[in-house]
Structures are given as structure tokens and as C-alpha cells.
Design a protein around this ligand. Sequence first.
Ligand code: SAM
Length: 358
Amino acid sequence: MPRMGRDDVIKGTDDDAIISKLQVSAVDLGYLDDPFVKHFVKRPSRRPPLINRGSYLRTRSLDALTEQFIRGTLGLSTKTVSPPSTLSAATSSSTSSSSPAPPTPADATPLVSPIRKQIVSLGCGSDTRYFKFKSEGLSAHKYFEIDFQESTAKKAAVIKKNKAFTDIIADPELKLGLGGTELYAKDYCLLSGDLREFVDVIVPKLKAHGFDTSIPTLFLSECVLIYIQPSDSDAVVDWVGNNMMASLFVVYEQINPTDAFGAMMLRNLKARRIELPGIHAYPSLVSQQERFMSRGWLAAKAVDMNDLLASLSDVEMKRISSLEIFDEVEEWQLLAQHYCVAWAFQVKAQSENERERL
Ligand code: SAM
């Protein structure tokens, strides 16, 4: 059997992510409502409650930030960073017929952002956020997804042949490109590329497909930048901070590699030949904030999964606690210290008028 290269191992991490997301989706356990995930999972497998809780919080917090970005409720124009009201929106994440009522959403009205906005998902894997949000009536002007060519080819094939996806894209002009490795539609583009070539290759490709540096843009990096060398991820953050008129950058990744639990986590990954070069450069909540602030971003915030769990409403906490028996309270607290969500704003708009629009 040919020896798998380092990049192949990294590409394989998407399988883990999507299986975990299937398990926490409404189809299986009812933590989240996402009818699209199942189309990407060939061999479902059961995950322990600990992992389910983590996958749920990871998805829910990034959903909430995405929703707040689309709705314009994050206050991108100000110098203050909203603390995690992070979990307070997330209309999209928590409905299940078998579960107690979900929390009342901040604003459940469907919304196509009234001002032009775009979302760029870096290392999208099989993520279904574009489809889930659009099916609920929430969309940005354009949603770009980027991953290695092998990964986008698989994703493009699943999407193109499946009515559940093409109905949501709802563009008669939807077409495959680059030998079936890319997909282009009016408000959705799946593009192939290596994030280590972000400035020289990915940015020109994005621009060729309608990417606009002058409109507010959300960059999502969900468990992705951690896999590349800090010099490469810094180049992404630098480029975004220096070239976009207004941006929100959201990162989800592992932290705290040096305590006993962190060392065990790294050993387990190493046994699977997975390395996290980013964890040594950004090992803590403070350094996750500093990765942006030291590059002149306006504001940044990082919280761990314990903080995110604590920000759930009582109703939602009760709802998820009822879904399965959860005995691993101490293990959870430890695990949760090792995963964080960080987000940062950069606004380069010159005039007050321009800022008000954000
Ligand atoms: N963001 C998705 C999610 O959370 O469901 C997928 C996460 S998966 C753990 C990591 C993804 O990052 C994989 O799909 C992998 O192929 C992608 N990735 C890692 N390094 C990359 C690179 N240098 N260029 C493009 N994609 C990359």
C-alpha cells in the first residue's frame, strides 16, 4: 500500500469532523438540526457523549457568530468586541422533534443580508453551513469554500448529484469546473487550493470568482489553520487584515499543548500521524487574541469550550443534558480547556458613513 503523505493525513481529518457532526445532528441524537450532513457520511460511527458535547458547542458557536455576522448584530463598526453573546443567536442549531423546545432565538426572521456581505470558509471539508443557513432563509451575498483539490472534488460530486443541495443553491447556471474539482453558482463557489499558497494562488482565484475586498467578509477557519505552519497561517491573517475593508475572522482550534492532557492529546494525534504545528505558536487564549492584535486588528477575543458551555441558556443546557447520559463531568472540563473559539475584527473603512454601513 502506498505510504500516505502528510497532506493526505490532514485531508482525512475531515472524515472525523463530519462523522462527529452527523452524530450530533438531529438525525441521530438531536443536539443540532442539520439535514445535509448525512449526505457526506459513508460509515457513521458512534461517538462518546464527551465528543458529542464538543462537536455540538463547536458547531453552535460558529453558527452563532456566522448568524450574527449575516444579521449585522456584531457591531463590526465599533471598537469594542462583543463578548460571547456567541451562543445567543444560533437560531439554526437547535431543533429536534424529540427534544424540549429550543431557546427563543434573538430574531428568527429569515434574512438575506441587506448589505452585500461574503463568507469565506478556509479548509471547508464537508462542512454544510452554507446549505443549512440558506435553507433557513439566512444568506450572505456570496459564500466561498476552499479546500485541497481531492476534498473539493468529493464534495462537488456529492453536491452536484443531489437535489437536496442543488435545490438550495437554486441556480440553473450551477456548474462544475476544473475537471469536477470546483463548483460555481451565483451565491456559492467551491474552490480548490492549498492555503499555504493563500496570497499568490487562492486570492487571485477568489477574485476571479467575484470575491470583493470592499465588502464585509467573514473568514471561517474551523480546525484548519492549526494544521499549517504558523508562517503560512500568519500570511493569511496578515493579508486579510491588510486588504479587506471590513472583516471578521473566526478560528476554532486546539490550545494548551503543554499540560498533561494537552501532551496526551498530541501523543494520540501523533500516533495517527497528525501534527498541529499551529498549536505551538498559538497555545493559549491570550496568544490566540494576540495573533490578531499584534497584526493591527481592531479587536479580538478568545474563549474556551468551558466558557462557551457556561454561556448557554438554562433552557438549552437542560435540553442538551436530556439527550444522553453524561457522566464525564471532570473529563469534559479538562477536554474543554483544550479547544477554543477566537474571533477578531478589522475595519479599514475610512469615513464614519462607511463604518455605519457595517
Ligand atoms: N472546517 C471543516 C469542519 O470543521 O468541518 C473541516 C475540518 S477538517 C478537521 C480540516 C480541513 O482542513 C480538511 O478538510 C483539510 O483538507 C483542510 N486543510 C488542511 N490544510 C489545508 C491546506 N493547506 N489547504 C487547504 N485545505 C486544508
